[in-house]
Design a binder for this molecule. Structure first.
Ligand code: DQA
Length: 145
């Protein structure tokens, strides 16, 4: 059975009430429930982790990155965390970068991702469906090299 870990970064615990015009009305629990249902249908095992702290996200990537693929929405850390980039580069598993909003259609600073070069691919702008697309991407391919 394939294993996938879904990791969400800062402020994504507030989904549902946080700027719904940009991030939608679903809560993180609701989104995770939909990912879980799709993963079960595809016979994959899914785990979920959220933290507002950079170091906890680094540790979660280190743990998950040796057991299976990672779906990562690093939130604002996407744009400047070299520690998270280095964690992704350090693990053998593929990581798919996800953003709910289209970061390229927003402020200039959101167009920069310091993690994208070490990720298998990037999905942005499709709302919470991006997490499902990332699941398909991971299950359809084993590794990024
Ligand atoms: C986000 C986009 C980031 O720029 C922002 O800081 C977030 C959410 C998204 O899912 O669209 O926290 O990653």
């Amino acid at each position: 059975m394939k294993r996938v870990t879904v990791i969400n970064g800062p402020n994504l615990n507030l989904l549902g009430t946080r700027e719904p015009e940009k991030y939608g009305n679903e809560t993180l629990d609701e989104i995770n429930g939909r990912i879980q249902a799709e993963a079960s249908r595809l016979e994959a095992e899914c785990q979920f982790f959220q933290s507002n702290s950079e170091g906890e996200l680094v540790s979660a990537i280190q743990r998950a990155g040796v057991v299976g693929g990672i779906i990562l929405n690093a939130g604002a850390y996407t744009h400047y965390s070299i520690a998270i980039r280095d964690a992704i580069a350090a693990v053998p598993s593929p990581v798919v970068e996800v953003h709910i909003s289209n970061v390229h259609a927003r402020e200039e600073f959101r167009r920069v991702s310091v993690i994208a070069p070490v990720c298998a691919g990037v999905i942005a702008g499709f709302g919470s469906y991006g997490y499902i697309l990332a699941l398909y991407a991971l299950l359809g391919r084993g590794r990024h090299e």
